[in-house]
Design a protein around this ligand. Structure first.
Ligand SMILES: [Zn+2]
Length: 289
């Protein structure tokens, strides 16, 4: 566990998934990325799905950022994406922090791709029946514009959205739809940044640590440490040139503020400092594996 300012952090691997390596690195040739990746015979690379747990000590707010693929998968669908889900890892990490799922006050869904929000809900009894909300007492934050996009995706990105994961938010009092281009929350020492390159209105939390320092959960703007290079953009991104600009801005932000970065999909590195002293950003100190 990492303690910084008023916050305690844990980056928890709640499962793994395998996605096509070419799709994960877009126009970057395999010869450049293959050495750093675990690749299977179907050319899929191994990715973690992570939840960032953040406890704000003065207010006792417990915030989860993203919840992974969850448990609502048939064997066939899980096999297609190489999904090995371990939602209990979140409960175990909460227990290690002396708390539990019922005490979680806030769940932030950066975006509604199935590998980020599937773990917000589970089947109550039988698959296909009633859903139950995993963190039953939490408010669930998502940007309204992104929710609307997820409900009417394009032909290009509709395979990434499973309505069963998020449609329930529409009628649930626990949903907190944030609005506009400068969204705010009442969570202390937390602000939001928006990102649009990967998908419209990704909602990315920035945890303020005091003295101007911060921890930034970068979501799928930079899913792993390999993706901090501005041009290493995923083929999944709807607006790749925006993604390039957003990563240049991330490196500049790290230069100016010493921003600490939390990744959603890196297998080995949950929270890091970037080394931005050279021409290209690199991974510096790993603060949480
Ligand atoms: Zn995504």
């Amino acid at each position: 566990m990492l303690q910084l300012g008023h916050w305690q952090f844990e980056s928890v691997i709640n499962g793994t998934i395998r996605l096509d390596g070419g799709a994960m690195f877009g126009v970057v040739p395999k010869v450049l990325w293959s050495n750093s990746q675990n690749i299977d015979l179907k050319n899929r690379i191994l990715l973690a799905t992570r939840t960032l747990i953040a406890r704000h000590i003065p207010s006792q707010r417990i915030v989860l950022v993203d919840t992974g693929t969850g448990s609502k998968w048939s064997d066939d669908d899980a096999e297609r994406y190489g999904i090995e889900s371990n939602p209990e890892a979140i409960d175990q990490a909460l227990a290690a922090m002396g708390t539990d799922a019922d005490a979680v006050t806030d769940v932030i869904a950066t975006h509604l791709h199935f590998d980020h929000c599937g773990g917000m809900s589970e089947w109550d009894k039988a698959p296909g029946g009633q859903l139950s909300v995993r963190f039953a007492n939490a408010r669930h934050w998502v940007h309204r514009e992104h929710f609307q996009h997820a409900c009417a995706p394009t032909l290009r990105d509709r395979a990434s959205f499973l309505p069963v994961d998020f449609k329930w938010l529409d009628e649930d009092p626990r949903a907190e739809f944030v609005e506009g281009d400068q969204p705010t929350s009442d969570i202390p020492d937390l602000t939001f940044e928006l990102s649009h390159g990967h998908t419209p209105y990704q909602l990315l939390p920035v945890f303020e640590l005091g003295n101007g320092s911060e921890l930034f959960f970068v979501g799928d703007m930079a899913p792993t440490g390999a993706h901090i290079l501005p041009a290493w953009v995923m083929a999944y991104d709807l607006f790749p040139l925006k993604s390039v600009d957003e990563r240049v801005a991330l490196a500049n932000r790290c230069k100016e503020r010493g921003t600490i970065v939390a990744f959603p999909h890196d297998v080995k590195r949950g929270i890091v400092r970037l080394d931005v002293s050279g021409k290209k950003p690199r991974i510096g100190e790993v603060l949480c594996p």
